[in-house]
Design a protein around this ligand. Structure first.
Ligand code: RIB
Ligand code: CA
Length: 308
C-alpha cells in the first residue's frame, strides 16, 4: 500500500538525504514538502526545499510550503553543521520561487482533503504542525499520524546537555504536538545517533551520472568536514534518513508506548523531552517511541534506498 505523506523539514543535509529516499520511493506518495525554520532560517529552508526538488527532478513533484520564523526568542540555526547555505555550500542555483503558500496552510489543506489518509513526517522543529493544530480545529481528528525525528529518551541532548535540536528550536510547539490527541511516533536522538556512517558512504552513493548521485556527492562531503571540525567525530549521523526509515522499514525498529512530555521552563532543561519511566505509575501513553534499532541493517537500508 502506498503511504501518502507530507514531509515537514528544515534542509539541512540530513533532511535532504531523507528527501532523496522518499521522493524516489514507490511505497511513498509525497504529497507536499513543507519547510520549517530550524537548521537554517525560514526563508533559506523554503529555498532549500525548492533547490532539492529541482536538483533531484523526482518522478512526481510535491507541493512546496513556505516556512516563516518561529516564535522562540532563543532559536539558533545549525549552519555550523550544514554550511552557510544549509546544503554543504554546494553553490546550487535555484530559480526565484513565485509566491508560496505557508507550510501550515498546505498541511491543513491536504489533511482536510483526505481525512485519515495523510501522515506528517516531521524532520525539523514542530512549529508548522503546532500551527496547523491552532489553525484548523478539525486537524487533530483528520490527520492520519505524525512521525517525528526529535527528542531524547535518555535525556542527553545535542544542543544542550538535555535538549535535542528539533525540540530545542521551538519547545512550545513541541509541547503542543506532544499533548495533541494524534497518533504520534517519535524517533529520538538515542536511536538516530547509533546509525553512524564512515567515509566509505561516499563510495556507496549512486553514480554522479544520475541526478541523485550528483546531488549527494555535492552535499554529503561537507557533513564529514563539519562533524570532524565542529564535533571531533570521524563518522556522520544522518538523523532524518534514519527517522524516515522507521516509516519505510518498521521491522528494523522496536517501539514502546510511553507517556512523554516537553520541558518548556527549565533553565538547564528547556527543550528536554521527559518520559514516565517509573513502572509503578500508569501515566496515559501519548506516543510510541523507538527504543531499539537494528543498527547495521538500518545503515545498509539507508544506502540501499538512496539507489531506489
Ligand atoms: O537533532 C537532529 C535533528 O536536528 C535533525 O533533524 C537535523 O536535521 C536537525 O534538524
Ligand atoms: Ca532536520
Amino acid at each position: 500500500m502506498v503511504r501518502r505523506i507530507i514531509i515537514d523539514c528544515d534542509p539541512g543535509i540530513d533532511d535532504s538525504v531523507a528527501l532523496v529516499m522518499a521522493l524516489f520511493s514507490r511505497s511513498l506518495d509525497v504529497v507536499a514538502i513543507t519547510a520549517v525554520e530550524g537548521n537554517v532560517p525560514a526563508e533559506m529552508a523554503t529555498r532549500n526545499v525548492q533547490t532539492v526538488i529541482e536538483q533531484l527532478d523526482p518522478p512526481r513533484l510535491p507541493r512546496i510550503g513556505a516556512a516563516t520564523a518561529n516564535d522562540n526568542a532563543d532559536y539558533r540555526d545549525a549552519c555550523f553543521i550544514h554550511g552557510r547555505d544549509g546544503l554543504g555550500e554546494a553553490g546550487f542555483v535555484t530559480a526565484d520561487h513565485h509566491q508560496r503558500h505557508l507550510s501550515e496552510k498546505i498541511i491543513c489543506d491536504e489533511v482536510r482533503a483526505a481525512p485519515g489518509e495523510i501522515g506528517i513526517v516531521c524532520l525539523g522543529p514542530l512549529t508548522n504542525v503546532a500551527r496547523a493544530i491552532q489553525r484548523d480545529p478539525h486537524f487533530v481528528e483528520n490527520v492520519g499520524e505524525v512521525v517525528m525525528m526529535g527528542g531524547s529518551f535518555n535525556g542527553i541532548g545535542n544542543v544542550t546537555q538535555t535538549a535535542e535540536f528539533n525540540i530545542h528550536c521551538d519547545p512550545e510547539s513541541a509541547w503542543e504536538v506532544f499533548h495533541a490527541p494524534i497518533k504520534k511516533t517519535l524517533i529520538p536522538l538515542d536511536i538516530t545517533s547509533q546509525v553512524q556512517f564512515s567515509l566509505g558512504l561516499i563510495d556507496s552513493l549512486p553514480h554522479e551520472s544520475t541526478s541523485v548521485g550528483r546531488f549527494l556527492h555535492r552535499v554529503i562531503p561537507y557533513l564529514f568536514r563539519s562533524y570532524r571540525q565542529q564535533l571531533g567525530l570521524e563518522t556522520i549521523q544522518i538523523h532524518d534518513a534514519v527517522a524516515l526509515l522507521q516509516l519505510m522499514e518498521p521491522e528494523l525498529f522496536e517501539l514502546e508506548a510511553l507517556a512523554g512530555d516537553v520541558e518548556i521552563k527549565g533553565e538547564l532543561t528547556r527543550g528536554m523531552t521527559v518520559f514516565e519511566k517509573r513502572r509503578s505509575k500508569n501515566a496515559p501513553h501519548n506516543l510510541e517511541v523507538a527504543r531499539v534499532v537494528a543498527v547495521s541493517a538500518a545503515r545498509q537500508a539507508v544506502i540501499k534506498r538512496l539507489h531506489s
